[in-house]
Design a protein around this ligand. Structure first.
Ligand code: AP5
Ligand code: MG
Length: 179
């Protein structure tokens, strides 16, 4: 799942994973858990998150690959990859396991809705300045990443109520699988 901060990747990822009976692997969640543990790597991750910038590609990929290793029946991936370098590495990693991404969902939400969702959540990195930075960083790589995935992309209109978005997501996935 690719989408701007606040577009609903975590919310919809959890619902989709439950629907499919698969794990949802969210890199931001994994990074926050590691930061919470207070290891040296956790402190480095926290510094990246606090500044609203991406962690280095290699570090991000290592964390996800460890989680993917135990997800042999399939998975929903939230927020990874975010750069073409990460996408290439993910394709290589999955190829070694005779696996592949089936579909890539792109969440589309109006920017004012993103900002109001994040402002009312109030996570540590939901300060107005950090939100602006996260949005800017997202748009630095999003279009290139979407182009990389080409025909595997499912566009999702992700404005509106959570249940409605979930319904549209399932519908979009069914259509893409059928075509
Ligand atoms: P991450 O945790 O992934 O944050 P993000 O991409 O900024 O996205 P959010 O989690 O804020 O939004 P979301 O799209 O998941 O929406 P959510 O469902 O939560 O990443 C955090 C940091 O980790 C990054 O800044 C970076 O430092 C690092 N990182 C992560 N991935 C990386 C990578 N690949 N490489 C390098 N570094 C990486 O919803 C947001 C809010 O809106 C919630 O309160 C929710 O309840 C609400 N909401 C959701 N849907 C709706 C709806 N339909 N209507 C109303 N409210 C809604
Ligand atoms: Mg999230």
């Amino acid at each position: 799942m690719i989408g701007a901060p606040g577009s609903g990747k975590g919310t919809q990822g959890a619902l989709l994973a439950e629907f499919l009976g698969l794990p949802c692997i969210g890199l931001g969640d994994l990074m926050r858990a590691e930061a919470q543990a207070g290891t040296p790597r956790g402190r480095e991750l926290q510094a990246h998150m606090d500044a609203g910038r991406l962690a280095p590609d290699d570090l991000a990929s290592e964390i996800v690959e460890i989680a993917l290793t135990s997800s042999t029946d399939g998975f929903v991936l939230d927020g990874y990859p975010r750069t073409v370098a990460q996408a290439v590495r993910l394709d290589d990693f999955l190829a070694t396991r005779a696996a592949d991404l089936d579909l890539v969902v792109v969440f589309r939400v109006a920017e004012d809705a993103l900002i109001s969702r994040l402002a009312s959540r109030g996570r540590e990195d939901d300060q107005p300045e950090v939100i602006r930075q996260r949005l800017a960083i997202y748009w630095e790589s999003a279009n290139e990443l979407i182009a990389y995935y080409g025909g595997r992309i499912v566009e999702l209109a992700a404005d509106g109520a959570v249940d409605d978005v979930h319904g549209r997501l399932l519908e979009g996935l069914r259509e893409a699988i059928a075509s």
